[in-house]
Design a protein around this ligand. Sequence first.
Ligand code: PMP
Ligand code: GLN
Length: 403
Amino acid sequence: MDQPSVWLEFSPLAKLTGSINLGQGFPDWAPPQFVQDAAVESVRGGHCSTYARSAGHPHLVQVLASEYSEQLNHKIDPNKEVIATVGASEALFLSITSFVKENDEVIIIEPAFDIYLGALKMAKAKVKSTSLDNELNLDWAHLESILNKNTKMLILNTPHNPSGKVFTQEELERLASILIKYPDCIVLSDEVYEHLVYDDNTHISFASLPEMFKRTITVSSAGKTFSTTGWKVGWAIGPQNLIKKLQFTQQWVVFSVSKPHQEAIANSLNEASKINYYDRLRNEYKEKRDLLFKGLKEAGLNPILPQGSFFILCDVSKISISKDNDMNDIQSWNSNGDIYCDSTTFNLHDYNFCRSLSIHHKVTAIPTSAFYLNKEDNTAWARFAFCKDEQTLLSAIENLKSI
Ligand code: PMP
Ligand code: GLN
C-alpha cells in the first residue's frame, strides 16, 4: 500500500492542533458497567491462558447463533455458520481475501468505508463502483449496468458509513431481485451499526430476504454496540460453504481472537437483551445526533440528517476556509513525523477544508473523498462523528460558530 489512510492524517492532526476530534468514529466514554464487569470477570475467570478456538470461542458463537437466527431468518449453526474475528475489519478482510482473486470484479457503493478499498487493492480486484446521489439514493440503472456474470462480490453497508443511510426493505428487495439473476455473486453485508438506527427507520439484514442467506456474509462487531471499539471483537455469519472458507483463512491470519474479550462479549450480548439496553443506546445516540445536527446547521455547514450510524455528512462544497499556507504549516509542525498525509490529496477541496477546520476552528472532521475509488469524483462532503460526550459536542459546536 503506497499511501497512508485518512485516519493516519486526521487523528494525529487533531492532537497536534488541539482540536476537538469529531473525525475518527470511536466513542469517548467507557463501555457500560455491565460490559466492563463482564470483561473483569472473564479475565479473572481463567479465560486468558490458552488460545481461543480458531473459528470463535464456543460461548460467543453460540450466543451469536441464537441472536442472529431470528434476524437472518435462518436457524444458524454456531460451529459451521459463524466465525469470530478481530473486529469487523478482520471479517471484511477475510471475506475479501478468501473469495476475491486477481481481476475478479467487485462492486462497491460509494462513498464506501475505506477499509474495503484497501483489502480489494491487496486482492488485486477489479473494482467497479456506483455512487449514492446527493439525496443518498442508488442509481439502479447504473448498478444493473455494471453487474454481470463475472461479478464476484457486492459490498453493501447498512446503516451506512459515512452517510448514515439505512437501506429500506423496498431497496433491499429491489437489490435482491436484481441479484437473483447473478447467483454466483456473493454479498458482503457490513452491518456494524445495526443497533444505531433512529426515528422510524429499521435495520434489516440483507441475508433475511428470501433466498439471500445462502449468498450473504453478514458482518458486525461489538465495537459500536457496546462502545468497545478498542476490544476489536467482531464476527461474520453466513452459510457453511462461505464461512468455512473464512474459518480456513483465519488460521493463517490471526489464528484466533482474544478469548477473555469474546467471553465478555458473549455475556454482554446475553445481558443486553434482558435490560432493554439497545433502546437506551438508540435514545442516547439520537439526542447526540440532534444536538450536533442543529449545531452544524447553525454553522451553515449543510448537514444531511442521518437515519443511522454515528456520523453526519455535510456538504461543504461551497464553503471556502482553506488558507494557502495550511499544508506548509502541517509539514513544519510535523517534526516527529506523526502525521501521514496522502500526497494525492493536497489539492482536494474536502481534505483542505478539513485541514483548515482543524487548524483554524479547532474541530476535526473526515474528508469523505477518502471513501471513493477516485477521490476526485466527490470532494463535497465532510463527515462529523457524534459518538462523543455532550460537553465535547457542545464545545465543538461553539468552535464551529467561528466559521
Ligand atoms: N465497517 C464499518 C462501516 C465501520 O465504520 C467500521 C468502523 N471501524 C468497521 C467496519 C470496522 O469495525 P471494527 O472496529 O469492529 O473493526
Ligand atoms: N470506522 C471508524 C470510522 O469510520 C474508524 C476507522 C477505522 O476503523 N479505520 O471512523
